[in-house]
Design a protein around this ligand. Structure first.
Ligand code: HAM
Length: 421
């Protein structure tokens, strides 16, 4: 029997983790510049939370959740996204009462969706996201969008497209919903069962349907943009103004709807336009959710945020040929010849590490030539050779691998020598 990772998941091996660590560092640094603080929530939540927040007519809830009953007969779900949990934590810990408002949070970690595996789409993927809760200022919409763009750019990506839209406030959405029902109702029998179920509950989702996407009524459906009330339009104009002030280029796409139900007003996505990136190009998606906190039992607290697929950022880097981050360096590889020398090597390596010098040595009792080869493969900056003769003299041979020079150095002086050079 041979074992393999479950479909849609992957191992990230050491050659890859360096890239991940570099993106993770970049995210932490950038969030700190913007004053977003990290929050960590559990990997699973009560299923009900996602039904209520993401929406029970969405594909995520209907088709993609990993839901299970635990031994206490509770229905739990592996988180398919981060917003619901962050908002739950915001309410549970009464963060609305904290002195600094809005509350600006970020998170990073695995999310789970039962999707068809393809390049850039996994069943376990890593998402970085931010949520700013407690402000309905369009300037913070622009801040959140600029944070997302900064991360993409700092990751070395240049082929990017920012697309924005307004989904309007509750009133605008209600009148749009009414006209959608009117539009589809007479012919709803021609649509799939999912669409029929969505008609009264959430007709906007009909427009996302993959089965009926070629039905003639899809193209003639009333557009949300025609139903935005004055307030929603003004809000959207302000967001665009702030983005322009920040020097961020964007396109408005009135067809941009998001796959989750909690959005109001601003919605946005960042796509990679890199050649050869593949069919799935969305790196980041987000928007405003003014009713969500209230919807899950909190006070009225408007919010905005986004989720960014870290796997996809790495794929986009590959497609754009972004150079790899500098790999971690090895300052000294210690070559030991003979048993006594090995004992000294163990001591010296320990001392190097305690003093902030990265060091390694041979654990396979290999000959000098093989040990030198290892040092080469590991790109060691220096090799310290300890032989019996040197040992008797209280010194070792230090070889600089960059310029090939070598010299004898007393054991007592190696540390200061390395720190000096
Ligand atoms: P989302 O659009 O469902 O939004 O996901 C955000 C990002 O997560 C996507 O743009 C994509 O990069 C990544 N992603 C989603 N599914 C997969 C997958 N199966 N494989 C790889 N990457 C994937 C949300 O999740 C919202 N919570 C975003 C948000 C936060 N809105 C407001 N605040």
């Amino acid at each position: 029997m041979s074992y393999q990772v479950p479909r849609g998941t992957k191992d990230i091996l050491p050659v890859e983790t360096e890239k991940w660590q570099s993106i993770e560092r970049l995210i932490q640094e950038t969030c700190s510049l913007y004053q977003y603080k990290e929050i960590r929530t559990p990997m699973f939540e009560h299923t009900e939370l996602f039904l209520r927040s993401v929406g029970d007519t969405t594909d995520i809830v209907q088709k993609e959740m990993y839901t299970f009953t635990d031994r206490g007969d509770r229905s739990l779900t592996l988180r398919p996204e981060g917003t619901a949990a962050v908002v739950r934590a915001y309410v549970e810990h009464k963060m609305f009462g904290m002195p600094d408002q809005p509350v600006k949070l970020y998170y990073m970690g695995p999310m789970f969706r039962y999707e068809r595996q393809q390049a850039g789409r996994y069943r376990q993927f890593s998402q970085f996201g931010v949520e700013a809760i407690g402000s309905a200022d369009p300037a913070i919409d622009a801040e959140v969008i600029s944070l997302a763009m900064d991360i993409c750019k700092k990751a070395g990506l240049t082929s990017l497209k920012l697309v924005i839209n307004s989904l309007g406030d509750a009133e605008s959405r209600a009148s749009h919903k009414e006209s959608l029902v009117e539009h589809f109702k007479p012919s709803i029998g021609e649509f799939c069962q999912d669409c029929q179920n969505r008609l009264e509950k959430n007709p906007l989702r009909i427009l996302d349907c993959k089965v009926d996407r070629n039905h003639p009524l899809m193209n003639t459906a009333p557009a949300l943009s025609d139903y935005l009330n004055e307030e929603s339009k003004q809000y959207f104009d302000k967001v665009k103004e702030y983005l322009t002030v920040m020097g961020l280029k964007f396109e408005v796409d009135v067809n941009l709807v998001r796959g989750l139900d909690y959005y109001t007003h601003t919605a946005f996505e960042i796509m990679s336009t890199a050649e050869g990136f593949g069919a799935i190009t969305t790196l980041c998606g987000g928007g405003r959710y003014n009713g969500l906190v209230e919807n899950i039992g909190g006070p009225t607290a408007p919010g905005i945020g986004f989720g960014m697929g870290v796997d996809r950022i790495l794929l986009a880097q590959e497609a754009e040929g972004v150079p790899l981050p500098k790999l971690s360096t090895l300052n000294v590889y210690v070559v030991a010849l003979g048993e006594e020398a090995k004992k000294k090597a163990v001591e010296v390596v320990r001392n190097f590490r305690l003093n902030g010098i990265s060091a390694d040595l041979d654990y396979l009792d290999r000959k000098m030539k093989a040990q030198m080869k290892s040092a080469d493969r590991l790109s060691a900056e220096n090799v310290l050779i300890i032989g019996e003769e040197e040992l008797n003299e209280g010194c070792a041979v230090l070889k600089n691998m960059t310029d090939g020079t070598q010299q004898k150095v007393l054991f007592d002086e190696i540390l200061s020598f390395l720190k000096r050079n």
